[in-house]
Design a protein around this ligand. Structure first.
Ligand SMILES: Cc1cc2nc3c(=O)[nH]c(=O)nc-3n(C[C@H](O)[C@H](O)[C@H](O)COP(=O)(O)O)c2cc1C
Length: 246
């Protein structure tokens, strides 16, 4: 059954259109080898329940993970978020009771809080457009049409809750990217919604900074006796979840 599942998964990945090679990347030749490795790592990863508290993620690998967060795509490119990295054991201890008692918070090497920005408004759009201008060398005046579209998108939102819901969707993309990159680097992770976000905001002082916690992710290395590591993945068969139309 597992082999059949893998075969279907591999066959579907080998279709030309699945390969992200539009920029003529030199990796093009070895994409097939990479796709095997990607699948291997996605099978290797699991939501780690028990971390080895003696192991720390090396700085260079952590740097890569931080960059993977920053490189996350978002709607209009607005990046309505901030990622707070917590390593202080005392702070982590305080957060356990606001994390349904889940001990990954204290045992993992790093804890990342995925937070959304509270003020995603016209001024923020202007700041983003200024950044676009700086990075891409386009005059700000030439970006006004784009800025107006984005501001229009934000003003048609009925209330702050709707903007927050939109921003939360964006921040989950960062969570997915972070977890996948961690798996590729053989770093274990556990995404966690089993938290009390307002309490996180309180303990970490995020409200004062203009942010709200949405979800967190612990990262580090699995404990040798974490039984969850050996449990087979529970997924519905691919043909049930992926359908070709046309
Ligand atoms: C958004 C999100 C929130 C989750 N919250 C928790 C959590 O609070 N605690 C936990 O142990 N696992 C949590 N999980 C892990 C899921 O239970 C797990 O990913 C799922 O059962 C699939 O298993 P796998 O990740 O091991 O393949 C969460 C996963 C996601 C994606």
């Amino acid at each position: 059954m597992l082999q059949q599942f893998l075969l279907i998964l591999r066959t579907s990945l080998k279709r030309e259109k699945c390969y992200p090679v539009s920029r003529n990347h030199p990796l093009k030749e070895s994409i097939l080898g990479i796709s095997e490795q990607v699948l291997q790592q996605l099978h290797w990863r699991y939501a780690t329940k028990k971390f080895d508290p003696t192991r720390t993620i090396p700085d260079d690998l952590w740097q890569t993970l931080e960059e993977s967060l920053v490189l996350t795509p978002s709607s209009f490119g607005l990046q309505p978020w901030k990622f707070f990295v917590i390593r202080d054991p005392e702070i982590c201890k305080q957060l356990v009771e606001h994390s349904w008692g889940q001990t990954q918070v204290t045992e993992a090497s790093h804890l990342v809080v995925f937070a959304i920005k509270q003020q995603v408004d016209a001024a923020y759009v202007d700041r983003y457009v200024a950044r676009m201008s700086e990075v891409q060398g386009t005059p700000v005046e030439a970006l006004q049409g784009f800025a107006n579209v984005v501001k229009g998108f934000l003003t048609q939102m009925p209330d702050q809750a709707a903007i927050d819901a939109w921003a939360a969707k964006q921040v989950y993309i960062a969570l997915g990217q972070f977890m996948t990159c961690a798996a590729l680097l053989e770093i274990d992770a556990c995404p966690m919604e089993g938290i009390n976000p307002p309490k996180y905001d309180e303990v970490l002082g995020l409200g004062e900074q203009g942010y709200r916690t949405i979800v967190v992710c612990t990262a580090g290395y699995r404990a040798a006796d974490d039984k969850s590591a050996a449990r087979p993945k529970v997924r519905f068969p691919l043909p049930e979840m992926v359908q070709q139309i046309g």
